[in-house]
Ligand binder design. Structure first.
Ligand SMILES: Cc1cc2nc3c(=O)[nH]c(=O)nc-3n(C[C@H](O)[C@H](O)[C@H](O)COP(=O)(O)OP(=O)(O)OC[C@H]3O[C@@H](n4cnc5c(N)ncnc54)[C@H](O)[C@@H]3O)c2cc1C
Length: 307
């Protein structure tokens, strides 16, 4: 792991920094590249403007009290109603820690079922984000129980973890929604591939499984969440060799990253969505975005110099 990446990921975990950095206008300006605004209205407006399907997620991790989870769940219930009323092609993605997992697994599951139920009645989907390895087992357990009742749900898996190949097999067997990403947290070498080339190789092997005939026969909805143009091209090629049409392959990218690639994939007929984050608690998330591409730190510096 590069030194800068490691520093940025440490910063993402620092409460001290979080409380201070968000006060600086130049930091807020730099964040706007990845986030259309802090309110759900901003994210919905961006969804309309983009003209492609989106997935919305409200930022915020590790709540201070159990009651905060009620507010988060209500927020998403209202959001699902608004998406339906405004006939938008927008799904939602949630973090279990935001739904109160650290306080009560039962209440967290109850909130999640409430969201999945509302989404089903609105003909929509709910995605479960994957957090750090402290949460992998519990997230997958909660998801498996959710999937048994709600086929309109999916979970994220991270190619940097050694365990993910086995997890993906068990998720395929359930006909799950599976969003494949590389992984954004700081993980030790006994849990995650330390080298980027191994993470990429793992990603492609998992992509081969998600585009396999048996995954399709099980009803898996596989999603490739990446901006890595080399991997994207290899996955497109894989789809072609397996006789799949673009509409059978789904990509997702983050708002503000790889815009020309986003337009190209949508124009080529791939199923495609942009994941838009919004909310006030953007600091740890923003540090992870900087860590993914240390050159982004230059953008922050430039906006500092620019006033
Ligand atoms: C739809 C979606 C959902 C996600 N959900 C989760 C989740 O639930 N859990 C989780 O751990 N992670 C999640 N991630 C983040 C993911 O784990 C990676 O950290 C992130 O996608 C960067 O990896 P990459 O695949 O783009 O490849 P990389 O090899 O990191 O990047 C490839 C290229 O993409 C561009 N790029 C990548 N990131 C940036 C950036 N921040 N700024 C500018 N350019 C960039 C650069 O050109 C870079 O060379 C999600 C990502 C996406 C797209």
């Amino acid at each position: 792991m590069s030194v800068l990446r490691s520093i940025l990921l440490s910063a993402s975990e620092s409460r001290w920094l979080r409380e201070r950095a968000v006060r600086y206008p130049f930091v807020r300006r730099a964040v706007s590249r990845f986030m259309p605004g802090e309110a759900a209205d901003d994210a919905l407006a961006a969804s309309r403007a983009l003209g492609v399907g989106t997935v919305l997620t409200r930022l915020g991790e590790n709540l201070g009290s159990a009651s905060e989870a009620d507010g988060v769940a209500n927020h998403y219930l209202n959001l699902l109603d608004r998406i339906h009323a405004e006939r938008l092609d927008v799904e939602i993605s949630v973090k279990l820690s935001q739904l109160g997992l650290d306080f009560s697994r039962e209440e967290c599951e109850a909130h999640l079922y409430g969201l999945a139920e509302r989404a089903r009645s609105r003909n929509n989907w709910v995605w479960v984000d994957m957090e750090s390895t402290a949460y992998t087992d519990v997230t997958l357990e909660v998801y498996r129980r959710l999937r048994a009742r709600f086929p309109n749900t999916g979970v994220c898996v991270q190619s940097y973890l050694y365990r993910t190949a086995a997890d993906v097999e068990s998720l395929i067997a359930l006909g799950s929604g599976i969003r494949l990403v590389k992984g954004a947290y700081r993980e030790p070498p006994d849990k995650a591939f330390p080298k980027k080339e191994d993470v990429d190789a793992s990603y492609f092997r998992l992509a081969e499984r998600l585009l396999s005939a048996d995954a399709s026969a099980k009803g898996v909805r596989g999603i490739f969440g990446t901006h890595d143009s080399n991997l994207i091209r290899r996955i497109e090629e894989l789809g072609r060799t397996r006789g799949l049409a673009p509409k059978d392959v789904e990509f997702q990218m983050l708002y503000g990253i790889g815009r020309s690639e986003q337009l190209r994939l949508a124009a080529a007929g791939y199923r495609f969505r942009v994941l838009i984050s919004y909310g006030e608690a953007w600091f740890p998330w923003y540090m992870r975005r900087l860590a993914e591409r240390p050159a982004n730190v230059l953008f922050v510096m430039r906006s500092l110099v620019g006033g």
